[in-house]
Design a protein around this ligand. Structure first.
Ligand code: PFF
Length: 447
């Protein structure tokens, strides 16, 4: 059961950096812009913003408060608040899901690390090594996935305040800085403005397109790291004095803000690449997305920029690697927290054991990439995460006694009773969020 000497974030700033670090990741900088390009441009952006505020934020707040109230990881936290055996299983399902997300995420993140190493190889004149590094064959995928895993393990094994918080406080400001510099630079490139125009142009016919709604909901859950325990566990390490609603706002705004601004990085960069002769449309006339976008279109843009391209590539892939690392830390922590709470195994060892299990899953996926990769991504993000999110709102709205969560919020915010949020949050958890999630979820299955 929960140990008495549980680690805690040392400051609200540290907590926000860690939680924003979890939220801001490949899902924002890569996933969001490509989803936007595929789903009617600004129409998708609008639906996404709406869902992030109407569903994402209330669910995030439920996770933070459940975590802080119970000071436990998901399965036990749900059990303690009256969830019984069924919610214990749902909690475990969340941990399995987050482990699977960690496994496929590390493979993509390994690719980012490889492309970050490549320009260094070129500068050192090691062209043969640089070519192998980005060859994307099974061996190089395996090597860089493992390197990325090791970084994640080293940081998480340091603990919450001395590992996750310390590194998030260093990485996140650096990430924001690199990000802004890159966006400003890319927008000055020839052809970039055409990309910005395409990004901003809404195709309103698509607003009620079932595909758009499913993608936007999935994106909101993935991007805010919801349903799988990472945010709940971070909540379990916050001080009672912390103003959770404000911190939750900051995390949500960072997440949405980075996603929207990333649209001004990726889509204009694609059009800039196009003006230099790179093909940016696939056989169906749609903008290239997925791995080909990041690992082919953008590198060909960087290549065609001359010497400065090496530097831009280095900054871009460093940014992506950092964004991925602060997210993977929270995925691993969700499961490590449970193992540490539950067993006598010391934290360092628990981290290596847990990480080892997920690393093996990642190895299996790397070696069966064609058959497994797409499958696990869809299963985890389009089905498991929204289902788990629905389970959490039903739990928070209907199963936990109403005052438990509201009283938890009051600890750090005695004045909260007067706020609008205090009055509407329970209604959102009980009615609005479940209905919205259910509607989107059902049409994913074509009901
Ligand atoms: N929010 C991360 C992203 O947008 O890339 C992904 C993520 C992190 C999902 C942590 C789930 C999680 F527990």
């Amino acid at each position: 059961m929960a140990s008495s000497s549980r680690d805690e974030f040392s400051s609200s700033f540290g907590f926000v950096m860690a939680a924003a670090g979890s939220a801001v990741g490949l899902g924002n900088i890569w996933g969001f812009p490509t989803q936007t390009a595929e789903n009617g441009g600004a129409a998708f952006v609008l639906v996404y913003i709406l869902l992030a505020f109407l569903v994402g934020y209330p669910v995030l707040m439920a996770e933070f408060t459940i975590g802080r109230h119970t000071r436990m990881a998901p399965p036990d936290a749900y059990k303690k608040l009256g969830g019984g055996q069924s919610y214990f299983i749902i909690g475990l399902l969340g941990l399995v899901t987050v482990g699977i997300i960690l496994s496929f995420y590390s493979i993509i993140a390994g690719g980012m690390v490889a492309y970050f190493v490549e320009p260094i190889g070129r500068i050192l004149g090691l062209d043969g090594v640089a070519d192998w590094v980005v060859s994307q064959n099974t061996t190089s995928n395996f090597v860089f996935m493992t390197i990325f895993f090791l970084f994640t393990l080293l940081i998480v094994s340091g603990g919450v305040s001395k590992g996750i918080e310390k590194w998030s406080k260093r990485f996140m400001p650096l990430l924001f800085m690199l990000f802004i510099v890159l966006v400003v630079y890319v927008l000055t490139l020839d052809g970039a403005m055409e990309g910005a125009r395409v990004y901003l142009l809404p195709d309103f016919d698509k607003v009620f397109d079932p595909q758009l709604l499913t993608s936007a909901m999935g994106q909101a859950f993935f991007s805010l790291s919801l349903g799988v325990g990472g945010m709940l566990v971070y909540g379990s390490y916050t001080s009672d004095k912390a103003n959770l609603t404000r911190l939750g706002w900051l995390v949500t705004l960072c997440d949405i803000g980075v996603a929207i601004i990333a649209g001004f990085l990726i889509i204009p960069a694609m059009y800039a690449a196009s003006s230099l002769g790179t093909e940016i449309f696939d056989a169906n006339g749609a903008l290239i997305s997925g791995p080909n976008l990041i690992f082919q279109v953008l590198p060909s843009l960087f290549d065609s920029m001359g010497p400065i391209g090496v530097f831009v590539a280095f900054v871009f892939f460093l940014l992506m690697s950092i964004a991925a690392l602060t997210s993977s830390m929270s995925m691993l922590e969700a499961v490590v927290a449970y193992v540490v709470d539950r067993t006598q195994v010391p934290r360092k060892r628990a981290t290596w054991y847990t990480g080892g299990v997920f690393w093996v899953i990642a190895v299996v996926i790397v070696f069966n990439y064609e058959a497994l990769f797409g499958l696990v991504v869809t299963a985890a993000t389009e089905y498991a995460q929204p289902f788990l999110g629905l389970a959490i709102v039903v739990f928070a709205g209907w199963i936990i006694r109403k005052n438990v969560l509201l009283n938890e919020l009051k600890k750090g915010q005695p004045e909260i009773e007067k706020t609008f949020f205090y009055k509407i949050w329970p209604i959102f958890l009980k009615v609005v969020c479940p209905i919205l999630i259910l509607l989107v979820f059902l049409q994913t299955f074509n009901f």
